[in-house]
Design a protein around this ligand. Structure first.
Ligand SMILES: Nc1ncnc2c1ncn2[C@@H]1O[C@H](COP(=O)(O)OP(=O)(O)O)[C@@H](O)[C@H]1O
Ligand SMILES: CCCC(=O)OP(=O)(O)O
Length: 361
């Protein structure tokens, strides 16, 4: 099978030709054989609000011109309204709706329009896969200690489900038969509990809960949030919590490569790295306890998983819980290919999207 997969970014868009075949292990049917030919198309550093689609579609079409015709085109996307996991058929209505409902500063909302255009150009159906608001939370995970305030399911679904599946496969288990905790440690962070292939609980991301990130505060004591909220305009508080917190506030930089170089000689950097590992380990422990029994595997992914001494700290803290799989960076192109590949190979049915009444705030 042949698929084109698209992962839009603010300064470049990644495109790949995916050649997919069934795997060799009959016990792990979702373990597909995949070969990716990747290209990266750079464009001006634009927010999703005004990324000029026509030029990018022309660039994508040109990049794929010599490729074999695809059976499908798939793209990363933004929030579509608490969907099921898996692939959704892209219609003009879905593509348009995503452009009108950008997900924060992300450009992933243009993915559906790009997939639709490239699919029309090459005579193939277009799909999106595993949106960030897939919602499978258990009822007891949705409630908070205040009636009317509910926790939201927001996570790096596309990468986390692939990494969770890979971690289960490493233990010889199908994803739907495994209990896995996935810590996606990127510029944004989510720690999630997967049971029977479903996201039963998650820290969420952005202004939800969880460890601090390169620029974000993560979970703070409620009294501190109240102090901030009643002493500054909301816009300023959100900027502080999302852009001026985390490693930036503790060390002065969000460039963790620099911190990796400094940590041996800079006590403040070492303490911040210790605190980060402490928070990630506590989250992994908490989301291990969210499962009905001990996890079969723990997976650590995202760009920060390249910081080896931090990963080593986390492994020392949680290695007693379950075997740990480390997959640094993000495997979103692979996840798109495998997600649409499972549809093309008849292993999963694609969903049809209906516009939601409202997005969870
Ligand atoms: N080799 C590395 N060592 C330490 N940190 C790294 C390394 N590579 C990337 N990072 C950090 O990972 C973060 C970005 O993670 P990534 O998952 O790529 O981000 P995003 O969430 O934007 O996709 C940045 O803070 C960056 O400093
Ligand atoms: C919602 C999780 C993926 C994502 O887009 O992260 P942020 O919203 O925290 O940037």
């Amino acid at each position: 099978m042949i698929a084109y997969v698209i992962n839009p970014g603010s300064a470049s868009t990644k495109l790949a030709l995916a050649e997919l075949e069934r795997g060799e292990n009959p016990n792990l049917p979702a373990q597909l054989r995949l070969q990716l030919t990747k290209v990266e198309i750079e464009h001006p550093a634009l927010s999703s609000g005004h990324l000029e689609l026509g030029r990018l579609i022309a660039d994508l079409t040109a990049a794929a011109a010599g490729w074999p015709a695809p059976d499908a085109v798939a793209a990363h996307c933004g929030l579509i309204g608490q969907p099921e996991p898996g692939a959704y058929r892209v219609t003009p209505q879905l593509a348009e709706w995503l452009l009108l409902h950008p997900h924060g500063e992300h450009t992933s909302n243009v993915g559906a329009a790009l997939a639709l255009a490239l699919g029309q150009e090459r005579g193939a159906a277009a799909y999106i896969v595993d949106p960030p608001d897939v919602d499978e939370l258990r009822p007891e995970a949705r409630l908070t200690g205040l009636s009317g305030v509910e926790r939201l399911s927001r996570l790096h679904t596309l990468n986390a489900r692939l990494v969770g599946r890979r971690a289960a496969h490493e233990q010889g288990l199908r994803f739907q038969d495994a209990r896995v905790v996935v810590a996606h440690l990127g510029g944004s962070i989510s720690v999630s509990a997967f049971e029977a292939g479903r996201i039963i609980d998650t820290t969420g991301a952005r202004l939800d809960e969880g460890p601090f990130t390169p620029t974000r505060a993560g979970t703070l004591p409620t009294r501190a949030v109240l102090d901030l909220a009643y002493s500054h305009p909301r816009r300023d508080v959100e900027r502080t919590l999302l852009c001026e917190a985390g490693f930036v506030s503790l060390t002065g930089t969000a460039d963790l490569r620099e911190l990796e170089r400094r940590e041996k000689t800079d006590a403040q950097v070492k303490l911040a790295a210790d605190a980060f590992a402490h928070q990630v380990a506590k989250s992994i422990g908490a989301y291990s306890a969210a499962l009905s029994a001990r996890p079969h595997a723990i997976a650590i992914t995202g760009g920060v998983a390249r910081w080896e001494s931090v990963v080593a700290r986390i492994e020392r803290r949680v290695g007693w819980i379950a075997p740990i799989t480390v997959l640094p960076g993000e495997l979103e192109l692979e996840a798109l290919a495998e997600g649409v590949g499972r549809v093309l190979l008849g292993q999963e049915e694609a969903h049809d999207w209906q516009a939601p009444a409202a997005l969870g705030t």
